[in-house]
Design a protein around this ligand. Sequence first.
Ligand code: SF4
Length: 362
Amino acid sequence: MPSLTELLDRAAAGGRLSYDEGIRLYREAPLHDLGAAAHARRLAMHPGDTVTYVIDTTINYTNVCNVHCTFCAFFRPEQHKEGYTMSHDRVLERVKFAADQGATQIMIQGGVNPELGVTWFEELFARVRREYPEVDIHSLSVSEIVGIAKVEGCSTREVLQRLQAAGLKSLPGAGAEILVERVRKRISARKVVPEAWIGVMREAQQLGMPTTATMMFGSIETPEERIEHMRVLRDLQDETHGFTAFIPWYYVPFKTPLRGKEATGLEYLRVLAISRLFLDNFPHLQASWLTPGLKMGQLALLYGCDDMGGTILEEQVVHDAGSTNEATRRDLEKAIIGAGFRPVIRDTYWNLRAEPALATAG
Ligand code: SF4
């Protein structure tokens, strides 16, 4: 059996870890050794001192949802007096707000609202594309795509094709949580099964839409189930090469029905490092500063991350669960510079933009 050092050296050099080796490193490797190997891998994949971020916003267009996940404090069931659905005009106002601040990406994402059929989204996306052509529509989780297909009585591929024709460019990897059936049944029993999540991602990627992948950890899953989640994603990436980035983030329990404890900073760093090493075929690893905050986001840049995510100008879902973190573009840049890197703005597809940074080392 290889030693931990041999495993770390192999992974840092880009060698593949088996499922068992991933679990062993995750459970047994000293945190700093794991981080050093992940950082070495990140530097080999992305040499130099740049850290990217995107100017983006999340527009939570409806909180009405028939999925009722126990970790979610954002949704309201149908007919609830606090339920809302934004008008197209209202969404467009929010897009304008973001575009005026230089956003190139908008994430329109919300609950699975059975009142909204595919035409509602087609008309919205077509308007966004027409009025704000500089903004990429990186929107809708797999759950929403599946929800629209149910409303229409058609396939998810058909929904994706229609939305792509209307302007949808790429899919965020939201709603994966942990792609293990035992976990899904316990925390989101009405959500799509892991195979369906993978199936919709495969369809989107085959249609030419790049996607990200997330992992919401820290609810009820075991370390083995975290590695299994990554194994499922790695297998699909071997097949399609359609994922641009992996974004692990931890569950914020404070105001949710599920409750539980928030993951620690050390746990977050361990997850990041093993992600960078295990997901050898994912180009980018993103620091999700929204839950752990910008200071942990800085540390994340030394544990395998090459990307600081986005400015997320108006996100509501994680805030409703009890997170209070917010950051301006200048805050993000200062955090990147403070960690010893150079901030560079990117678009959804990791094309770098020449725009100068707002913040300086001082
Ligand atoms: S996480 Fe998404 S799908 Fe689950 S209840 Fe909340 S809004 Fe609905």
